[in-house]
Design a protein around this ligand. Structure first.
Ligand code: XMP
Length: 435
């Protein structure tokens, strides 16, 4: 193993991730583990140099005060205790704020002088270590991966491919709600350029027929998610000798699903909905990384910038941007107008600065004029927003000239559209997506 590690034991602090990031910012790798880890489990982790027990307001669960196992103090690692009121011999005590610079100053001496950790955390070493860990975990068994083409699944695919080559079986399900050229790009990159073992499934007709006449947004989402699992399951059953399921789980997914002490923010959804008799052991090499680190990891693995810095795209895809009951003509209008928007944003350099931008096609028509005759066609709504965490968002104040160019192109190139609008709403009151 190439990199030293400081282990953070989660004793109910809200600041574990800030602490982990601060230690990583010092150049030392850090991972967070539950408070009840055993000494044996701790010793099995690679290159542990020291432990920080990070206490906080959630250290009382259901009226019972939780603590780490006493054996942890005897495991032979230097220990620092933070946010604790207990005084323990041979244990450094600290009180952390949520300011990264202050935390760095508070832990620096412990990390480098007491633990003698080396500042050897970088993506090159991380990738090398993960490749070794994956090889140790799966041996010569096969791993199945749902490759959506999103940042996380693409980076996992590239990493697993380096680790186990053709023992990685990728399945890309095209639900017909992908953006223009997106499924083709996944196939081109992974199958043609990286020679991955990739099964491509065009399930467009199947998804669209299930979605026919379904107008309720939640119902649409449920159908898309459920059908995705069924298609994936059917493929998995056809394959032989698969023992593991690769997943692009990243650290925020784990935090949002709730750790032992953190309150559950929202349930994490992935391919975890597979039936009981089709349960695989999981391979999740990115599960300790923050989003920006996942991107850096992708670049280290040689994935192109556009793939790694791709804007967020919802699982249900264009399905939630073709409002109400999906029809093929409106779906094409969303796809084509979205492609034009993306092309023009890229030309103007806005693809590098705006967080998310897309088009929406509602399920009502308006009157217009085309070729000196009355038209009755769909409108397109442009949405472009900036946000830090997607919980709140502000609109991008796009230059008029750029908006007019985009409008002109949509009206000329998408024949079923006669009107273009710009969505001025921040979140709240609106959400980023329309459904
Ligand atoms: P809202 O519309 O809730 O969106 O303001 C916040 C962010 O989440 C994305 N989003 C999703 N991402 N699966 C995803 O992976 C989903 O079902 C989903 N729904 C919304 C949305 O694009 C925005 O970036």
């Amino acid at each position: 193993m190439k990199q030293d590690m400081i282990v953070i034991l989660d004793l109910g602090s809200h600041e574990n991730t800030v602490l982990a990031r601060a230690i990583r910012a010092l150049g030392v790798y850090s991972e967070i583990y539950p408070h009840d880890i055993t000494a044996a489990e701790l010793k099995a982790l690679p290159n542990v140099k020291g432990i920080i027990i990070n206490g906080g307001p959630n250290h009382v669960i259901d009226g019972v005060e939780i603590d780490v196992l006493p054996e942890i103090y005897e495991a032979g690692f230097p220990v620092m205790a933070a946010g604790h009121d207990k005084a323990l011999c041979d244990v450094k005590l600290a009180q952390f704020t949520d300011n990264e610079e202050e935390i760095k100053a508070a832990v620096k001496g412990f990390v480098f002088d007491t633990c003698k950790a080396e500042a050897n955390w970088n993506m090159k070493n991380f990738v090398a270590d993960q490749i070794e860990l994956v090889r140790r975990q799966v041996g010569d068994k096969k791993v199945l991966l749902a490759l959506s083409g999103g940042v996380d699944s693409s980076v996992v695919a590239a990493l697993l491919l380096k680790a186990i080559g053709n023992n990685l079986v990728c399945v890309h399900v095209n639900h017909g709600l992908m953006r223009k050229g997106e499924s083709e790009a996944v196939v081109e990159m992974f199958k043609n350029q990286l020679n991955a073992n990739l099964i491509y499934i065009d399930a467009t007709d199947r998804f669209l027929s299930k979605l026919e006449n379904v107008a309720d947004p939640e119902e649409k989402r449920k159908i898309i998610g459920g059908e995705f699992i069924r298609v994936f399951e059917e493929e998995a059953r056809k394959l032989e000798g698969i023992s593991y399921l690769g997943q692009g789980t990243i650290y925020p997914d784990i935090v949002e699903s709730g750790t032992k002490t953190a309150k559950c923010v929202k349930s994490h959804h992935n391919v975890g909905g597979l039936p009981e008799d089709l349960q695989f052991e999981l391979v999740e090499p990115l599960k300790q990384l923050f989003k920006d680190e996942v991107r850096a990891c992708g670049l280290e693995l040689g994935l192109p910038y556009e793939m790694v810095y791709r804007q967020p795209f919802p699982g249900p895809g264009l399905g939630v941007r073709c409002l109400g009951a999906i029809t093929r003509d409106r779906l094409e209008a969303v796809r084509e107008s979205d492609a034009i928007l993306r092309e023009e944003f890229a030309k103007a350099g806005l693809d590098k600065t705006v967080w998310q931008y897309f088009t929406v096609v509602p399920d009502f028509k308006s009157v217009g004029v085309r070729d000196n005759a009355r038209s009755y066609d769909w409108p397109v709504i442009i949405r472009a927003v900036n946000t830090i965490d997607a919980m709140t968002a502000t609109i991008e104040q796009v230059d008029w000239a750029i908006l007019m160019k985009i409008t002109d192109r949509i009206l000329n190139e998408v024949k079923t559209v006669n009107r273009v609008c710009y969505d001025m709403s921040p979140k709240p009151s609106a959400t980023i997506e329309w459904e």
